[in-house]
Design a protein around this ligand. Structure first.
Ligand code: EPU
Length: 336
């Protein structure tokens, strides 16, 4: 059922109160088709999953369609691996916990990332040394123009750092319906990311397990990242910038403690949170919004902020970092 003039406040983790011209949710491809027929191309479309990576700066003059396609099913299994197909409207963290409780490895480092399963390949989500592309098998997507379901393997998704073909070349053309992941029954634990190792030690864990890693990641995230239910936010607002080796070396020469991560292609990734902190903005507050006091990469709504206010703050952050370091940050959150 399509409703008109609906507040999107409950549907975005920044908690921004804008109105959608029309709104409906769908829990199957058939419901989606019926809604598209009902709309009959009168309004442009906007698809929303968990709403955890979007900043609304104005009312949305579109039919907003919220994906609630559910379901988790094992599609194949050997002694070593399990392939699980998951409805794109499932909550990501709930799926992670399902796999951890089974003892299957692959996505435990990505515990507590907000958002839906459908968003995971869309922007190749990642955390603590793991990325979705490494356990991705395939996905099914609804092609809006033809009404056909198309299948994509990993190569066809063109995964990059927080990137995929669905954010670039095929933007707006497909709705992700289901994603299949490969999980392992004899996990290789990934604790290389410094904070995990020290948290595991602090927890007094003697035998590593996917459960222990998941708990460690949850502890770290809860200590640094604000809970959207308490303080509106959309996770990292900016991407970590990837710059030339030369610029990386210049930064190190000037600031020997700057974190730099050499990439396979010779470029170096810088920590945007560090740059923002060193630009003096960690914990900075302006009006109803601010830079999170424990992780400068996250912008927060202290209550009642408008999207434009947060956008203006993000511009101030961009300008300050550019002025101090000559590095231009890029927003990770989708701006509407
Ligand atoms: N740092 C600071 N000050 C800050 C924040 C970070 O100095 O305010 C430094 C840290 O001390 C560390 C480095 O910057 O040396 C990296 O920080 P952290 O490990 O917290 O990770 P991040 O690079 O800031 C990325 C992801 C997060 C993910 C974490 C952990 C991006 C844009 N962000 O953050 O993902 O949880 O790594 O793997 O890549 C998200 O995408 O929404 C997200 C939260």
């Amino acid at each position: 059922m399509i409703r008109e003039q609906v507040s999107l406040k409950p549907y975005n983790t920044f908690g921004i109160d804008v109105k959608a011209a029309a709104f409906a949710s769908f829990d199957s491809v058939d419901t989606l088709k019926a809604l598209l027929n009902e709309n009959n191309q009168q309004l442009p479309l906007m698809f929303l999953g968990g709403g955890s990576n979007v900043l609304f700066t104005k009312d949305v003059d579109a039919l907003v369609l919220r994906n609630e396609i559910k379901g988790i099913q094992i599609v194949s299994e050997t002694n070593e691996t399990v392939h699980v197909e998951v409805g794109s409207g499932e909550e990501w963290h709930a799926f992670v916990r399902y796999t951890v409780e089974k003892g299957w490895g692959g996505i435990e480092n990505m515990s507590l990332i907000p958002g839906s399963v459908g968003a995971s390949p869309m922007q190749n989500i990642g955390a603590y040394g793991a990325e979705i592309k490494d356990c991705f098998v395939s996905l099914k997507a609804y092609h809006i123009e033809s009404g056909e379901i198309h299948e994509f393997d990993a190569a066809q998704c063109h995964f990059g750092y927080r990137e995929s073909v669905f954010k670039r070349e095929l933007k707006g053309q497909y709705v992700i319906i289901a994603v299949t992941y490969r999980l392992t029954k004899h996990p290789q634990f990934n604790t290389a990311y410094g904070a995990i190792q020290s948290e595991i030690e602090a927890m007094g864990v003697e035998t590593l397990s996917v459960e222990a890693i998941s708990q460690a990641v949850m502890n770290i995230r809860r200590s640094k990242l604000p809970d959207p239910k308490v303080l509106g936010n959309a996770g990292s607002f900016f991407k970590n910038p990837v710059v030339s080796e030369e610029i990386g070396n210049q930064l190190i020469a000037q600031f020997p403690d700057a974190p730099v991560y050499p990439q396979a292609n010779g470029m170096v990734k810088l920590a945007a949170g560090w740059l923002i902190e060193k630009a003096g903005l960690k914990g900075y507050r302006r009006g109803n919004c601010g830079v999170h006091e424990k992780q400068a990469l996250v912008l927060v709504n202290h209550g009642g902020a408008t999207g434009s206010e947060i956008y203006a703050l993000s511009q101030h952050v961009l300008d300050s970092v550019e002025a101090k370091f000559g590095v231009l940050l890029e927003r990770e959150v989708n701006i509407y």
